[in-house]
Design a protein around this ligand. Structure first.
Ligand code: AMP
Length: 308
């Protein structure tokens, strides 16, 4: 089986939406990436760090889905990364109320030996120097390195971010972040500039308005499925990235055409993620539901126009 290595946070999240609030629940980018990618027939290993306060049954959720967590370090006496967020009424924007880095603050990632030859590497949103360290530990050049990042790193660690962006193949960022990164309003112009920084493929996420894939002079657009029920968008971006990376890993095909399907698979999985708090919906997700929604995606985007 093809191998995917994912690095990212494993967290306690506390979430408030217009529909209610949670206590501390399992979250983190690596958790969402792992759960999404585990829907594909691949080997997946996660590199992360948690404190001793992380219940074993939370880690078992990942293990039970076939995710190799031997790269998840448990720091004795340490506390797990904690994030609290509150969504506005439109659910499109949120305020971060609390970020306690805890063990993530001095995370020194160690890639397990059996993942140093992973085919695909998914670098979840983290300090760019952690992402660089993971790339440096790979013994075989991965076929594809996918990077997710956010405005926080643009504001605070610009030089390291530029260094890691120069070493990767695919970047996934949201529209506002693409504009901040390039100082371009047009997303087409922004994607061109980002490609000049390094990545050959640029994925710009537009939340409930879908995602764009740019490569050279080609562009592809995947809508987000119009959903009746959007409950909690936390982790949608990571689920999208995990679905994308998981699909490409299974397909063993790195081409624009293959990535189009990857974008659809990522969007499809993200559409489930937002239906419940945190990871809840991803845990009950059945293969038949995934397939059914892929049909809906096809219906949504197909039309028969007569062209001369
Ligand atoms: P998303 O909604 O896809 O942007 O991702 C939300 C997840 O990102 C939550 O589960 C958080 O635990 C995690 N997260 C938030 N801020 C950070 C950060 N600074 N570093 C790493 N992970 C974070």
């Amino acid at each position: 089986m093809s191998k995917l290595l994912a690095v990212g946070s494993i967290a306690f999240d506390e979430i408030e939406t217009p529909f209610g609030k949670t206590g501390k629940i399992l979250g983190g980018a690596a958790t969402f990436i792992g759960l999404a990618a585990s829907q594909f027939k691949i080997d997946i290993g996660v590199v992360s760090v948690v404190g001793e306060d992380m219940p074993q049954e939370y880690l078992d959720i990942l293990k039970d889905r076939g995710i190799d967590i031997s790269g998840v370090e448990i720091i004795k006496g340490g506390k797990t990364f904690y994030w609290k967020g509150k969504y506005h009424n439109d659910l499109n924007s949120r305020d971060t109320l609390i970020t306690e880095l805890n063990t993530l603050g001095d995370f020194d990632p160690v890639v397990p030996d059996n993942y140093k030859d992973a085919d695909i590497v998914m670098l979840g949103n983290l300090h760019p120097s952690i992402q660089l360290s993971v790339i440096a530990q790979m013994e075989k050049k991965p076929k594809l390195i996918v990077l997710d990042t956010m405005n926080f790193w643009m504001d605070n660690t610009w030089d390291e971010l530029m260094e890691v962006i120069g070493k990767i193949d695919v970047i996934t960022i949201n529209d506002e972040e693409a504009r901040q990164l390039t100082e371009e309003y047009s997303l087409v112009a922004a994607a061109e500039k980002i490609q000049e920084m390094g990545p050959r493929y640029v994925v710009i996420k537009k939340g409930e308005h879908g995602a764009l894939l740019f490569h050279e002079d080609k562009v592809f657009f995947a809508p987000a499925l119009p959903l009746r029920e959007v409950f909690d968008p936390t982790g949608a971006g990571d689920t999208f990235a995990g679905g994308f990376a998981g699909f490409i890993t299974e397909a063993r095909n790195i081409s624009f055409e293959s990535m189009k399907n990857g974008i659809i698979q990522g969007s499809n999985l993200a559409s489930f993620c937002v239906e419940r708090f945190g990871i809840e919906r991803m845990l009950s997700l059945e293969k038949s539901e995934i397939d059914e929604r892929l049909h809906q995606f096809k219906e949504l985007t197909q039309f028969n126009i007569e062209l001369s």
